[in-house]
Structures are given as C-alpha cells and as structure tokens.
Design a protein around this ligand. Structure first.
Ligand SMILES: Cc1ncc(COP(=O)(O)O)c(C=O)c1O
Length: 356
C-alpha cells in the first residue's frame, strides 16, 4: 500500500474522553451542543419518516435547499446541503486547494480548516488572534498570489469572540478575486451584536468570492444527524456540488432539517437559554477571580493556567470540557453551556478543582 504522506502525517482524531478514565454519569460540556435537545418538530417529523429509510435520500436535498433559499432570500442554486458543515470545509479544500497552494486562517480557530488544508498537500498560513479575536487586517495582509482560501470563523470557535460589519467590509475590499472568503457562521443564531456582518446581503448583491457556512448542529440541536448548509454564488455552488458524494445528506437529516428550520419556538428557547447561561457563566467565573472571554455563542472560554490538568481534573469530577492549548489558545478551556442544574454543578466542580 502507498499511503499519502499528507494524510499519514495528520494527528489521529482523539476524542477527549480517551485522555482520562470516564466516570459514569458524565456531563458533556465539550462539543457546543444544544442542551435543550433537538427541535420537537424535527423529532415528530423523524418519527413519521423512520419507515422510509429503506429508500435513498433525495441526492440533491431539493426540498431543503428550496426552503433554505426561500427563508434567506437567495436562489436555490446558491444553496448546498452537506453532511455537517464540516463536510463543506472538506469539499472547499478538496475543490480549491492544489499541492503548494495556501489557505489563510486564524491560529486559534476551528481546527478543520487547518487539518483539511494539510490533507490536500496545501499550506495553512495561520495568523495569530488579536485579543482572542480574528485580526481581519492581519489576515488580509497574509494573502499572497498563492492563497486560494481565507477562512473566517465568526463567531469564532473556540474563543467565542466575533467580528463586526465595518472591519468585515474593509476586509472584503482588500481580498483579491483569486481568493475565496469562507465565513463559517456555525453560531450565527446566538449572536446579539447589532453590527454583525450581513454576509448574505453580500451574496444577494452578487459577490462571487464569498461562501457562508451554517449548520443544524448547534441551535437546532441536530448534531448527531450531521446536517450543514452553505450559501454562495450559483457558479461556485454548482462547482462544489460536482465534488460531493452523491448521497451526502441522509434521509433523516433532510426530514429533520426541513422541520427544524421552521421551529421558531425551539430556536427562541435555545437562544434565551444560551443568553441566560452566558450571564451565569460570566458572573460565576468572575466570582472565582477568572475573566471570561466575551462570547457571542453557546460556550465560554476562560484562562485557567494549566488547561490540560484542569480538564482532566474536571473529567474526574464528571464534566468534559475542551482544553484549548492544542488549538493555539494556551492556558484556556472552553465550556459549552449545559442545562442550568448542570451549570450549577459544574461550578461546584470547578471551584473544587481550582481550590476556590
Ligand atoms: C465553527 C464551526 N464550524 C463547523 C463546525 C462543524 O459543524 P457540523 O457539526 O455541522 O459539522 C463546528 C462544530 O463544532 C464549528 O464549531
């Protein structure tokens, strides 16, 4: 066998639970999931659809694409559905990066941009965060003739910080036509700032070198089904569609997505829960002398010193969180919001771990 070195040299995926003994009754605060569960409308639609899973799904996810297009005032040809938005990151790298090409991204952002770039034999160019936030000017400065992709995660996972419209417009003005700007908006539904960039308006105005990634995994509570979607120009989407596996979005994911997208009550409840949890986390962290990183998402990052030791100690007390040293955010952990009683118990554990 001849393994490809670009793939062989990637670090193997290591779920956090493997780094310590996992006690029974673990509370998972490590994957930014929706603690309120899936959309009830999606659950009901899934019940009805279960008897149909001997059939292949619609290979074009046509009903879902059409509904997404309608909801966001774009053409169906501008929408692509994917097996989680992670698949969109993979397809973008597959379709646009050749060996030796560069992809610019932040150091301290979603790790898939980095891994999938390496996997193509391309070069990740990682630009440090500024105050744990994407430095859009420095990212633009890093673009060269060899750059093909520029990844912006807004709000950013794992820090939770976000960028505003003025700096984003300035960035777009500076990006040359040979670079595709990928804006990953996995947490957009949690954002409260009034000046959040309107990326879809840019697409409606016809900007060709912009793609926006979103997901049903976060606020809609469908992480386990794997469903993401992307908005771009019709020619770009048509190009990417050629690169994807035929039945990339499974039948149940399509059914659940169609139902969840109109479950406004579940979205509103989930947003309110995240807001309340964020305030609670900020208050509780400050009460023990820690400064939370300002978050626009359903998680909070915080500097704790030895992120790995704190993560392992929390795990031994029944909580999984994510240590961020390996993401380029030294000394921090990221905690996803749980249900309120889980959040309260989490702070009892954190105080015990930190001796506060
Ligand atoms: C910024 C960001 N993008 C993409 C993803 C992947 O989402 P999905 O579950 O839709 O693949 C995540 C998941 O954590 C994320 O945080």
């Amino acid at each position: 066998m001849h393994f490809k070195p670009y793939i062989q040299n990637l670090p193997p995926y290591k779920p956090p639970k493997l780094i310590a003994k996992q006690p029974i009754g673990m509370t998972k605060l490590s994957s930014n999931e929706n603690p309120l569960g899936p959309s009830p409308l999606a659950l009901a639609a899934l019940q009805d659809a279960l008897g149909n899973i001997h059939r292949y799904p619609d290979a074009g996810s046509l009903a879902l694409r059409t509904r997404l297009a309608e909801k966001f005032a774009l053409a169906p040809e501008q929408v692509m559905c994917t097996n989680g938005s992670d698949e969109a990151v993979f397809l973008l790298c597959l379709a646009l990066l050749r060996e030796g090409d560069e992809a610019v991204m932040a150091l301290g952002s979603f790790i898939s941009y980095y891994l999938r770039t390496l996997e193509m034999g391309a070069q990740p160019v990682r630009v440090p965060l500024q105050q744990l936030t994407h430095d859009l000017d420095a990212l633009a400065d890093a673009i060269t003739d060899n750059t093909r992709l520029l990844f912006i995660c807004n709000p950013n996972n794992p820090t939770g910080t976000s960028n505003g419209a003025a700096e984003f417009s300035r960035l777009l003005e500076r990006v040359p036509a040979h670079v595709l700007v990928v804006v990953d908006e996995a947490y957009v539904e949690f954002v409260e700032r009034a000046d959040y960039p309107d990326t879809l308006a840019e697409l409606r105005r016809g900007r060709p070198n912009l793609i926006v990634l979103r997901t049903f995994a976060k606020i809609y509570g469908l992480a386990g089904l794997r469903l993401g979607y992307a908005f771009g120009s019709a020619p770009l989407i048509s190009y990417l569609e050629r690169a994807r596996p035929t039945f990339n979005v499974n039948l149940l994911a399509q059914v659940a997505g169609l139902a969840a997208i109109d479950d406004e009550a579940h979205v509103a409840r989930s947003r309110e829960h995240a807001q309340a949890s964020r305030s609670f986390f900020e208050r509780e962290l400050r009460a023990i002398g820690l400064e939370p990183v300002p978050s626009a998402t359903n998680f909070t990052a915080v500097h704790v010193g030895d992120d790995m030791a704190v993560t392992v100690a929390l795990m031994e007390r029944g909580f999984t969180v994510t240590p961020l040293g390996g993401w380029g955010v030294d000394g921090h952990i990221r905690i996803s919001y749980g249900l309120q009683d889980e959040n309260v118990r989490f702070f009892t554990a954190l105080r015990a771990v930190l001796g506060k």
